[in-house]
Design a protein around this ligand. Structure first.
Ligand code: MG
Length: 336
C-alpha cells in the first residue's frame, strides 16, 4: 500500500492496512504490505498473465449489496479472467476509493466485511494480496483489483484460436446471475418465488480456474461469460475470424430458470444475453472431445457441447428449440 495519500482525515491509512489488509498478504513476497512494492516469482518456463477489473457503485453493483459479497466478487471476477486464459493465480493488488463523507464507524464496519469476503475468496483459490492503495473520493465508491497469474507461454488460452469445425463448449449453468439481477431491478417472478441459488450465483461467482488450467493445450480459444453467452462467444468469433452456430436446447440451464422460461419464453434473453455467470465458453477440435471431457472431469466441472464453429465473421447464430433462429435485440450488457 502506498503512503502518499491518507484515505481521510478521520482515519489513519496505516491503521486500516494493518487491521484489515495485512492479514490478506499471506504471500511472503508481499512483505506484510510494509515495503514500497512486492515481489513474486513466475514458475520456470511460464509467463505472467495480468488482468484488471474495476467496479463502481451504482453501475456494477447495488448500494444494498453486502460488503462481504463485494469483496468475494471483486476478486472472483478477476480470477475468472485468469481462468479464461488458462492461468493459475500468483497474487493481486487492490485499489479502492471510499466516499469522503463516511463516518469512521461506517468505514470500519465496511472494511471489516469487505476484507472478510476477500479472505474467503483468496483462501478458496489459494492466492494472496500483494499491495494496493486506498484513497477517498467525492464520487461513488470505486473498487479495482489487478490479478497476476501464470501459464506455460505456449499454452495461454486466447480468444483468437477457434477453427472452423471446432466444437463450442460451456461450463456450469448459464443465466442464473441475470435472473437475480432482473429480480433486484424490480421484476416479480410468478407466485413471488425467491431464487437463492440465483442470488448466490450473482453475489459469489465461482471462477473456473481448475477448468481453465486443465484445458491448456486442448482448447483452441476461451473466454469467461461476463457480458452474456452470445456476446462472449461473439468475442471469440471476432478474434478468430469465424462464426458459431449454437443450439439453445443444449445450453446448460438450472432447473429453476428452465421452469421460468417455460412459463415466459421472453426470459430466454437471460440465458443468451445475461452476464455475470463467470462460466467458461471455449472451443476445441471435434477430435479432442474425449480430452475435453477428461479435462472437465479432472477439474470437477461439468461442461456441455452447445454447438460448433463455422465459417463467418464474428456472427453467432442461435437455433431455438423449434429449430428456428432466435434473434436477440441486445447482445449482452452495455456498460455505457
Ligand atoms: Mg473476461
Amino acid at each position: 500500500m502506498s503512503d502518499d495519500a491518507p484515505a481521510s482525515d478521520r482515519f489513519g491509512e496505516f491503521d486500516l492496512i494493518g487491521r484489515y489488509f495485512a492479514p490478506l498478504a499471506t504471500d511472503p513476497g508481499a512483505f506484510g504490505l510494509t515495503d514500497d512494492g512486492a515481489v513474486f516469482d513466475v514458475p520456470p518456463g511460464e509467463t505472467c498473465v495480468v488482468t484488471t477489473d474495476a467496479m463502481v457503485a451504482g453501475i456494477h453493483f447495488f448500494a444494498s449489496d453486502g460488503a462481504r459479497n463485494l469483496g468475494w466478487k471483486l476478486l472472483a471476477v478477476n480470477l475468472s479472467d485468469l481462468a479464461a486464459m488458462g492461468a493459475a493465480p500468483l497474487g493481486y493488488t487492490l485499489d479502492f476509493a471510499l466516499p469522503k463523507g463516511w463516518l469512521p464507524a461506517q468505514t470500519d464496519a465496511w472494511l471489516s466485511d469487505f476484507s472478510r469476503g476477500l479472505m474467503q475468496c483468496q483462501a478458496q483459490f489459494e492466492t494472496s494480496l500483494l499491495g494496493g492503495d486506498t484513497v477517498s473520493t467525492t464520487g461513488p465508491m470505486t473498487l479495482a483489483i489487478t490479478a497476476f497469474g501464470s501459464a506455460p507461454k505456449s499454452k495461454v488460452l486466447r480468444r483468437s484460436g477457434a477453427q472452423v469445425g471446432d466444437m463450442v463448449w460451456v461450463s456450469g449453468t448459464i443465466g442464473d446471475a441475470a435472473l437475480a439481477v432482473k429480480i433486484r431491478q424490480g421484476w416479480t417472478p410468478p407466485n413471488g418465488a425467491s431464487f437463492p441459488h440465483a442470488d448466490k450465483r450473482l453475489d459469489m461467482p465461482f471462477p473456473r480456474l481448475a477448468l481453465g488450467q486443465s484445458l491448456r493445450g486442448i482448447a483452441t480459444a476461451a473466454a469467461d461469460v461476463s457480458d452474456g453467452l452470445a456476446a462472449d462467444l461473439g468475442h471469440i468469433c471476432e478474434a478468430s475470424a469465424v462464426g458459431a452456430e449454437i443450439r439453445f436446447a443444449d445450453i446448460p440451464v438450472s432447473a429453476e430458470l428452465r421452469a421460468l422460461v417455460a412459463t415466459d419464453p421472453g426470459l430466454v434473453t437471460l440465458i443468451l444475453a445475461g452476464g455475470d455467470d463467470y462460466e467458461l465458453v471455449f472451443t476445441a477440435p471435434a477430435a479432442a472431445e474425449a480430452q475435453v471431457r477428461a479435462a472437465a472431469e479432472a477439474a470437477r466441472t461439468p461442461v456441455y457441447n452447445v454447438g460448433r464453429i463455422v465459417a463467418g465473421q464474428g456472427t453467432v447464430a442461435i437455433a431455438g428449440p423449434d429449430g428456428k433462429p432466435i434473434e436477440l435485440d441486445c447482445l449482452g450488457f452495455a456498460h455505457f
